[in-house]
Design a protein around this ligand. Structure first.
Ligand code: 0O2
Length: 206
């Protein structure tokens, strides 16, 4: 247990630091009173049981976790509109406090399950008492609709241990399709939504 605490400690630090930094990006948009492409940010360190399950499933030896499991530290950035995702990706590419290792675009190429999201794997430097340690962190960028679908599918996945009955699988694919259409529809009325939001923000300030 002590070993896990030690192993996970820089991951916890990376998640905490990145939460502050990425939430800070949203704050800056708020201060500039311009539409924020970031709606909210969450972060977590993968629970030990999930690390062990995934290592087992993917045949990753435990002494290779650091280099082969990219999502022990995970951040999620939720956006209102699909177009916001591109802006967030650009914002992340322009930062110089980490290095991008890999990008996976499951929006242009959705997964068979119906999953859509943009994944960016970064190498993030954490300062420790023993010097700098570079940690792999996965940032998932998705719309609220993509997040709604993924969250529910993920909990069902636990229930069925990844083996969905055929009808549930089909319904989930239909739900993914509906989430996709919802995103499209929202994009079409984006101008209206943003005008209304600007109106309410002004009203709150009065
Ligand atoms: P958690 O912490 O429970 O969310 P793989 O795991 O084989 O899919 P890989 O190489 O690890 O692939 O990387 P990938 O697919 O880029 O990222 C894995 C993470 O993306 C998953 O983490 C999920 O968070 C998310 N994800 C990927 N596919 C799906 C999907 O079909 N449905 C949902 N709901 N989420 C998905 P974990 O490992 O599930 O961990």
């Amino acid at each position: 247990m002590k070993h896990w605490d030690q192993f996970l400690s820089p991951y916890k630090q990376a998640v905490e630091e990145l939460k502050v930094k990425l939430k800070g990006m949203r704050k800056q948009y708020e201060q500039a009173t311009s539409h924020s492409p970031i709606e909210f940010v969450t972060g977590r360190v993968k629970p030990i049981a999930s690390i062990l399950d995934k290592a087992n499933q993917k045949g990753i030896p435990l002494d290779k976790l650091e280099t082969e499991m990219q999502d022990i530290a995970g951040l999620r950035m939720m956006c209102q509109f699909v177009d916001d995702i591109k802006r967030v990706v650009e914002l992340l590419r322009n930062r110089n406090d980490f290095e991008i290792v890999e990008e996976r675009d499951y929006i242009s190429h959705k997964k068979v399950s119906g999953y859509r999201s943009y994944h960016m794997v970064i190498r993030y430097p954490v300062q420790t008492i023993n010097g700098e340690k570079k940690i792999l962190v996965e940032i998932q960028i998705r719309t609220l609709a993509m997040n709604f679908w993924a969250t529910i599918e993920h909990s069902l996945n636990y229930k069925y241990s990844g083996q969905f009955p055929k009808d549930i699988q089909m319904r989930l694919q239909r739900a993914a399709e509906a989430a996709f259409r919802l995103d499209e529809e929202m994009s079409l009325i984006r101008g209206e939504i943003q005008e209304a939001q600007a109106f309410f923000t002004k009203k709150k300030e009065q």
